[in-house]
Ligand binder design. Structure first.
Ligand code: SF4
Length: 255
C-alpha cells in the first residue's frame, strides 16, 4: 500500500456526536456511492483527483509518531477519539489498515483515552481477544440495509452485511460496547425494505444512530422524504425504548 506523511493527526471534530477524531489513511477502498462525503470534500480540495484514486488508500506512515507527540498536548481536552470520519479504520480486505488501527487504539487506550470506532468493514478476531473492555471503547458498524444487491451497488467493496453484524455481535458477546450507525438511510425509490428487520438484526447493540440521506440526487427524486424520515425516526425511537437501547436521531432527519 502506498504511504504518505502528515504533519498532524488528532483534531477536534465538528460532528454533533463526536469529540476528537483522527484519519490515518487517505482514501477508502469501499468506494461508497451514496456518495461519500469525504470523497466529495477531498475531490473539491484537489487532494484526490478521481474515484479510482480515492479507492486506492494511502496509509499515513508516521501516524504513531504523530500520536505520541500530540497525545500529551490534547490529553486533558479529549473525552474520546473517533476513528474515522474521512476513511474506514477496518477497511475490508485491507489488513494493513486494520493493523495500524489496532496499534492506534492500543496507544490511545494506554494513555487512558477511549475510542469510538465505526466501520463498513470487518472487526478482526484479535480485537475481540484484546483486553479492551476496561477501556470503555465503543465499536460500531454502519448498516442501512440487509440486501446484498443494494450493498454491491452503493458500498461496492465493503464487508457483506452478515459478516459485519457477526463480527460486531462477537464483540458484544465478549462485553464490548457496540453501536450501529443507520446513516445515510436510503429512501424507498433506492430500495424498498423494512427498517424493523434491520433493527431486529442489531437488537444486541447499546446504541443506534439514525440519519437521512443528504447528498444523493436520486433520493431527492422521492417526493415524500419528510414524511418518510419522520415516520422512520419514530420507529427507531420506539424500538430503542422497548429494547433499552440508547439512540440519537441526526439533526435534520426529523422535520
Ligand atoms: S466507508 Fe466511509 S469513508 Fe469509505 S467510501 Fe464509504 S462513506 Fe467513504
Amino acid at each position: 500500500m502506498e504511504k504518505i506523511f502528515r504533519k498532524s493527526l488528532l483534531y477536534r471534530s465538528e460532528v454533533e456526536y463526536a469529540d476528537f477524531c483522527l484519519n490515518h489513511v487517505e482514501g477508502c477502498s469501499h468506494g461508497c456511492k451514496y456518495p461519500c462525503y469525504a470523497y466529495m470534500m477531498k475531490k473539491r480540495c484537489g487532494i484526490v483527483k478521481t474515484y479510482e484514486d480515492w479507492c486506492s488508500p494511502k496509509i499515513v506512515s508516521n501516524a504513531l509518531e504523530l500520536l505520541d507527540k500530540e497525545i500529551p498536548k490534547y490529553k486533558d481536552k479529549i473525552k474520546y477519539v473517533h476513528l474515522c470520519f474521512s476513511t474506514d479504520p477496518f477497511m475490508y480486505n485491507q489488513p494493513e489498515v486494520g493493523g495500524l488501527s489496532l496499534k492506534i487504539i492500543d496507544r490511545l487506550n494506554q494513555n487512558s483515552i477511549r475510542c469510538t470506532v465505526l466501520t463498513k468493514g470487518f472487526y478482526p478476531n484479535e480485537l475481540a481477544n484484546r483486553n479492551g473492555q476496561s477501556t470503555n471503547n465503543e465499536y460500531g458498524i454502519t448498516l442501512v440495509s440487509l440486501n446484498e444487491d443494494f450493498r454491491k451497488e452503493f458500498e461496492p467493496n465493503s464487508a457483506p452485511f452478515k459478516d459485519r453484524i457477526k463480527a460486531l455481535k462477537n464483540l458484544s458477546s465478549r462485553g464490548f460496547k457496540t453501536w450501529v450507525s443507520m446513516e445515510p438511510y436510503p429512501t424507498p425509490n433506492l430500495i424498498k425494505q423494512d427498517l424493523r428487520e434491520i433493527l431486529e438484526a442489531v437488537a444486541f447493540v447499546n446504541k443506534i444512530i439514525f440519519g437521512r440521506l443528504n447528498y444523493s440526487v436520486k433520493s431527492s427524486e422521492f417526493k415524500y422524504t419528510k414524511e418518510f424520515y419522520n415516520s422512520l425516526a419514530k420507529v427507531v425511537i420506539k424500538f430503542c425504548k422497548k429494547n433499552n437501547i440508547a439512540y440519537h436521531i441526526k439533526e435534520g432527519t426529523q422535520q
